[in-house]
Design a binder for this molecule. Structure first.
Ligand code: FUB
Length: 324
């Protein structure tokens, strides 16, 4: 394991290979003195930096500088959380969650001519967007955005893509609140359809995981990879601090729960991006060891990820010591 940006606090990595380099799009954690609350009040990020490398375990990591600032987003309220970037026809589209002036998370788009930015935000959030943690996955000519997060991510405020009057989680025996997936429009700027639930099935029963199944159900931090023709939906279980995955036959699912990708790291949140680069798979994540356990000051890490011959991900020990 390696810390990638030892001199600053970066979290929630989204990672892609563009122009034969690894590009990393993290959240930029800052100290504001805000108190820790279950609604994520303490995560008050205000900008994004982009990093790149051609050797994630040992090579130089270039900081391309600040590429988007909250002050440049016309609809901004507060809290720039986990973003992602996709490329289409030589343009780079950043998708970012941000609370609007009513303190409601929406997902915005910013555009750049190259993967290192700078990104220019559109004047309004995507129509019909809500919640947090957008992760964009390209499959053939189509782009899918996975999103959603419980508690501070506000997913419990929505049913059937509509805001409800009394936000609530489901009772323990009911199906868990799912993350969402939606195809993006051809111009990459809007949702092309109504978002659909990302259903995760219990392999033993074939039924959706239950809300009370806190060690397996979805909480936040969606990520999608394709491996040997199968779709691996990866996510965090939030309050049980696990990174898990479930496998399906297409980008919409349903997905069948498989197991843990990583055991808990130091810190409350846990978040991942997996990328294949020059024949190896890498997992990017964060922990709070360098800040002495301050959960709002997280540091970016990477390690190699391996599959067994059946396509199962070998579980990584989250508290493993770093090499640097
Ligand atoms: O960075 C704020 C939130 O913490 C992210 O949106 C979640 O995924 C968690 O990592």
């Amino acid at each position: 394991m390696r810390y990638l940006v030892p001199d600053d606090f970066m979290a929630d990595p989204a990672v892609h290979v563009f122009q034969d380099r690894i590009f990393i799009y993290p959240s930029h954690d800052i100290e504001t003195g805000a108190v820790f609350k279950d609604d994520g009040n303490h995560f008050r990020m205000r900008d994004y930096h982009v990093f790149s490398t051609d050797d994630p375990m040992h090579g130089e990591v270039i900081d391309h500088g600040k590429v988007l600032d909250i002050d440049d987003i016309p609809w901004a309220g507060r809290q720039l959380w986990d973003c992602d970037v996709a490329e289409k026809d030589g343009k780079y589209y950043m998708y970012f969650p941000l609370k609007d002036k009513n303190d409601i998370f929406r997902i915005g788009v910013a555009i750049a001519d190259n993967p290192a930015g700078p990104f220019i935000p559109l004047p309004d959030p995507m129509r019909g967007s809500y919640s947090i943690d957008p992760a964009v996955f390209k499959d053939g000519d189509d782009y899918y955005m996975y999103f959603g997060g419980l508690w501070g991510g506000q997913l419990q405020r929505y049913r059937d893509n509509k805001m409800i009057e009394e936000p609530h989680l489901e009772p323990d025996e009911a199906p868990a609140l799912p993350g969402r997936v939606v195809k993006l429009s051809k111009d990459m700027l809007q949702l092309a359809e109504e978002p659909r639930p990302v259903i995760i099935l219990d392999p033993a029963t074939g039924e959706p995981l239950k809300a009370g199944d806190a060690e397996r159900r979805f909480f936040e931090a969606s990520w999608m990879i394709k491996y040997q023709g199968k779709y691996y939906f990866c996510y965090s279980t939030g309050d049980t601090h696990l990174l898990c995955y479930a496998i399906g036959d297409n980008p919409y699912g349903p997905f069948t729960y498989q197991g843990q990708i990583m055991t808990p790291v130091e810190g409350w949140t846990t978040h991942l991006a997996i990328v294949e680069y020059r024949g190896k798979h890498y997992i990017f994540f964060h922990d709070c060891i360098p800040s002495g356990g301050k959960t709002w000051l997280r540091s970016l890490k990477v390690t190699e990820l391996e599959f067994d011959s059946d396509g199962r991900i070998l579980t990584i020990e989250g508290k493993m010591k770093s090499e640097k």
